[in-house]
Ligand binder design. Structure first.
Ligand code: ADP
Length: 495
């Protein structure tokens, strides 16, 4: 079953699933090898150790019985061993062969029936080593039995009088061990048989969830931003899916905003262009047109062109703000900026019979550029004049608000209130959107573009401030802008 990547399918041998299966397989095999060897080796060693102890104990008893002043003779050895309970047929308890030699290696006594070495020289290295004064033990597991050999010198007053050689073949313990080995092998087989389908099942479950995620990513990549993935569980994969959904949600919003912006912008640019086209066509197509009408049409063309310029300039300002962080910031006194805006707006206010009232505090310094702050103050004050009523007024108040505690910085607060027509409650959340206008016709008539408040909001945010709009009681609108106040010695201008 091929797993899918973003573009093409991954061959099975390179897929996550095969890697999972391989790694589970490797772990299971390593565990089984360990299970099948380690306990067996330990048990073997335990048996060897117990054999060593018992054979040496036997050898010790025999050597201390045989050691004596008179030296070793075949009859003496046999007599002594008979007393110990060693019989020629059965040997000593549990021991299959007992062999005794003189100091030269000549066999004086041997219980073996098959290759009895009596009266011959024992050519066994264990005997040779024992005659040199060493205790010897050797054991091995072969042909379904434990074979153990032990040899010890017979020493009397520092003299080696001969050697005792014992051999034991134990198949009963070997049988137990072989049974144990067989059981372990059977258990391993069952584990293998179970582990393989289980690892396939588990890896399929994991990779299937990854495949869901991959499919989701591909769908979103193809432009379907409304697509959401659903991955079950509460592990990292489901969290990844949630993060992905969150990201897609944001992408969807951004994409919608972008689309709306492009369509709004083209629509806004199309309207004045259509007017220009219409006016110029009228001039060209009307025969004997009088110069007064031409003058009038050309003036209209001029004002439409001006409108186009205003829109493009504002669009450029917004794009610049989207792409570049503010630069060349200096502490700017907002009071001077508001006064400049008032100066520029007084002809418009006079024409609309609107009174501008200012109440400006000193030392309202903000880390920004003159132009940015001017944009904010001018746009808000211009709106307050534009959307006012004859005889109305605009109140601009600039004040300082002390920060509470050491952590909170002082704020510069700019209030622009008017006694105008107000903004309906339902439009308030949207008026900062690009191209949004409550009353399109009035905005257009007043030379508005629907971009002023977007520029205000973006500029204020860029400088760490905030802007709010609320209804003014009893009538009109109130915009409140706050900036962190620039203070000597405090780093930066942002909170
Ligand atoms: P415009 O260029 O149309 O003025 P803005 O972005 O500055 O665009 O304002 C968006 C809309 O918000 C305006 O078209 C107007 O309908 C409304 N508006 C803004 N300020 C005021 C105000 N002080 N009083 C009433 N309406 C306002």
């Amino acid at each position: 079953m091929p797993a899918q990547t973003l573009g093409q399918s991954v061959p099975f041998w390179r897929s996550l699933q095969s890697k999972f299966i391989l790694s589970y397989g490797a772990i299971v095999i390593a565990l089984l090898i360990f299970l099948n060897t380690y306990p067996i080796l330990i048990s073997q060693n335990l048996v060897f150790q117990s054999k060593k102890d018992s054979l040496w104990r036997q050898a010790d008893i025999i050597t201390s019985t045989l050691a004596g002043a008179g030296g070793l003779t075949p009859e003496g050895v046999e007599g002594n061993l008979n007393q110990l309970g060693v019989t020629a047929k059965l040997g000593v308890a549990g021991v299959d062969r007992v062999l005794v030699t003189d100091p030269g290696g000549l066999v004086l006594y041997d219980t073996s029936e098959v290759d009895n070495a009596r009266d011959r020289y024992a050519l066994l290295w264990e005997v040779v080593s024992a005659l040199r004064g060493n205790d010897v033990f050797r054991s091995e597991f072969r042909e379904k039995a434990f074979h153990s050999w032990a040899a010890a010198p017979i020493i009397y007053r520092g003299m080696t009088q001969g050697a005792v050689y014992l051999y034991e073949c134990d198949s009963s313990q070997a049988e137990v061990l072989l049974d144990f080995q067989k059981n372990l092998r059977n258990v391993s087989l069952v584990v293998c048989v179970l582990a393989l389908p289980l690892s396939v099942l588990f890896s399929t479950a994991v990779t299937r969830r990854i495949a869901v995620l991959l499919r989701g990513i591909r769908t979103v990549r193809e432009g379907e931003y409304s697509h959401r993935v659903s991955v079950s569980g509460r592990d990292e994969l489901s969290r990844l899916a949630n993060e992905f959904n969150e990201l897609t949600g944001r992408l969807q919003v951004t994409e919608e905003v972008r689309r709306r912006f492009v369509s709004d912008a083209s629509h806004e640019l199309k309207t004045p262009l259509a007017s220009i086209r219409l006016l110029s066509d009228s001039i060209l197509q009307t025969k004997h047109i009088d110069s007064e009408t031409v003058q009038e049409f050309v003036a209209d063309i001029g004002s439409e062109a001006e409108r186009l310029t205003r829109i493009t300039e504002k669009l450029l300002t917004l794009t610049r703000m989207d792409t570049a962080p503010p630069q060349n910031l200096t502490p700017v006194d907002l009071k001077a900026v508001v006064l400049r805006a008032e100066h520029m707006l007084s002809p418009l206010a006079r024409a609309g019979n609107v009174q501008l009232k200012l109440n400006l505090a000193e030392q309202c310094l903000v880390l920004a550029t003159q132009d940015d702050l001017y944009q904010v103050a001018f746009n808000l004050m211009e709106n307050a004049v534009k959307y006012n009523l004859p005889g109305g007024s605009v109140m601009v108040k600039l004040s300082l608000r002390r920060g509470r505690g050491r952590e909170e910085r002082d704020r510069v607060v700019l209030l622009v209130e008017d006694t105008g027509m107000g903004i309906p409650e339902e439009d308030m959340p949207k008026i900062f959107d690009r191209f949004y206008r409550v009353d399109k016709a009035r905005s257009r008539a007043a030379g508005g573009t629907g971009l002023g408040l977007s520029i205000v909001r973006d500029t204020v945010r860029q400088h760490g401030g905030s802007v709010e709009v609320r209804r003014r009681v009893p009538e009109g609108t109130c915009f409140q802008v706050e900036f962190p106040r620039w203070q000597e010695g405090r780093k930066g201008g942002r909170p």
